[in-house]
Design a protein around this ligand. Structure first.
Ligand code: ZN
Length: 139
């Protein structure tokens, strides 16, 4: 089950220091009128809120890390949920010794420095809908 999209604009840029990662991605999309996109980000954060979906309880379980960490890999997508932009991001972060944590990215995750490659996709509106079997909002 997949829909065809065409490549739109490509935005390369720096994310704002001390701001929330998810909010910054959303702000970039709002500024440029992007409704559907995929992105990847590398850089570093000063704190992060990550989590995973508890499939039994059907709730996200989150944890916070309040230390400088590298964004080893962060990728995700932008689509619509309840008619509004929705940013879905996952990341693997590493501390000074290379120990990694990872998960679904939540706010607050505070940018120290970030380089984003955002690729707009053009096609039908991609809206998330509640999926009863998983409890998630899926495409
Ligand atoms: Zn996720």
């Amino acid at each position: 089950m997949a829909t065809e999209f065409k490549g739109g604009r490509n935005f390369l840029g720096r994310l704002p220091k001390d701001q929330d990662l998810i909010t910054a991605i959303e702000a970039t999309c709002l500024k440029h009128g992007v409704q559907t996109a995929v992105f990847s980000i590398i850089g570093s954060v000063t704190a992060a809120t990550l989590g995973a979906y508890d499939q039994t309880q059907q709730v996200y379980v989150t944890f916070k890390k309040s230390e400088p960490m590298e964004i080893i890999s962060c990728s995700g997508n932008v689509s619509l949920k309840d008619g509004k932009l929705f940013v879905h991001a996952h990341a693997v972060l590493a501390d000074m010794r290379g120990n990694t944590v990872g998960g679904h990215v939540f706010s607050e995750t505070t940018i120290y420095a970030g380089e984003m490659d955002l690729r707009e996709l053009l096609g039908p509106q991609l809206e998330r809908q509640h999926d009863a079997p998983t409890g998630l909002y899926l495409w």
